[in-house]
Design a protein around this ligand. Structure first.
Ligand SMILES: NC(=O)c1ccc[n+]([C@@H]2O[C@H](COP(=O)([O-])OP(=O)(O)OC[C@H]3O[C@@H](n4cnc5c(N)ncnc54)[C@H](OP(=O)(O)O)[C@@H]3O)[C@@H](O)[C@H]2O)c1
Length: 277
């Protein structure tokens, strides 16, 4: 069984698209106070081995220990990968999951991850037999102690409903791109809330430029002496979204974490929730 009982953090630092800067930015994020790290064994968008190098640097200086951290990585289907695969593409999906997990543990120099996420279902429309096979293989990884919790990403409400019909074992986490124009993924968030699934939101800033520029957000930011980005992160947390940030900027890291101390008026929360959709 895993030894760590580190709680789920209230902010996740995302390591996508950082390439050679991944080790230094991972270490910096830990230095600034992040304790949750999101990555994927998908070399096309993430440098998981570089995340491991950043963690190793932080361990060496005594900044954190493994037990202080919440490490999340993902299994990515062949269709989401480039030529740098963490598994044998000719192997069965179950074997690919086991190989990808072994490779992730090697990259991160750990015996377990806190969360193991299916990066995206095999079809945009349905939860398929392939997804069932992968999900069962992920459950085996969890039951063997190599993952504390499981998650799914890039899912629609029908995916989750079909998953619920097909499998009793629902994910602990859903990680989705969160569009304000879809009520901040209202339908999926509601499904999650009703089943005690933690909803992780990404692209909260990049997908919602119209919200960042909205006069209400500007007013709230001015009166709280905060930035529009901080208002969005504070709003997200208040409505039950566990936010991700992928900033590469030291000051933004600080501001993002400081948004945890903001309290927004309840009426503003309701207004922001339906500001764009
Ligand atoms: N499951 C999936 O399929 C999936 C897909 C996409 C992302 N993710 C995960 O989510 C993480 C975050 O991705 P994201 O799309 O939300 O963010 P992101 O792509 O890293 O983008 C954040 C952007 O907003 C800018 N920014 C400006 N002010 C900021 C502030 N105060 N705080 C933060 N950013 C600020 C950043 O610039 P500066 O760098 O200059 O701050 C950056 O360009 C990724 O690293 C990855 O781990 C998962």
């Amino acid at each position: 069984m895993p030894h760590s009982r580190s709680p789920v953090p209230d902010f996740l630092y995302g390591t996508a698209w950082k390439e050679d800067r991944t080790p230094a930015l991972t270490e910096l994020a830990l230095r600034m106070g992040f304790r949750g790290i999101d990555t994927a064994n998908q070399r096309r968008h993430y440098f998981e081995e570089g995340v491991g190098q950043g963690l190793a640097a932080a361990y060496r200086t005594g900044l954190v220990t493994r037990d202080d951290l919440f490490l999340q990585t993902k299994f990515t289907y062949r269709s989401g990968q480039d030529h740098r695969l963490p598994y044998d593409p000719a192997a069965s999906l179950s074997v690919q999951v086991a190989q990808s997990m072994a490779s992730s543990l090697d990259h991160l120099a750990t015996s377990y991850v806190d969360s193991y996420v299916l990066h995206g279902p095999s079809s945009n429309h349905d939860w398929t037999d392939a997804d069932n096979e992968v999900w069962e293989a992920m459950q085996k990884e969890r039951d063997a102690g190599r993952a504390r919790f499981l998650g799914v990403s890039n899912v629609s409400l029908p995916h989750l409903q079909q998953m619920a019909t097909a499998r009793a074992d629902l994910p602990a986490f859903v990680q989705n791109r969160c569009y304000a124009r879809l009520g901040w993924d209202r339908a999926v968030r509601l499904f999650c809330r009703e089943r005690n699934i933690i909803y992780q939101g990404f692209s909260l800033l990049t997908a919602n430029q119209e919200v960042l520029r909205h006069p209400l957000i500007a007013r709230l930011a001015a009166s709280a002496n905060a930035t529009p980005a901080q208002i969005v992160f504070s709003f997200a947390r208040t409505v039950g979204i566990l936010p991700l940030t992928g900033t590469s900027d030291r000051e933004h890291m600080q501001q993002d974490l400081a948004s945890r101390d903001l309290t927004l008026p309840l009426d503003a929360i309701h207004t922001i929730e339906s500001l764009a959709g």
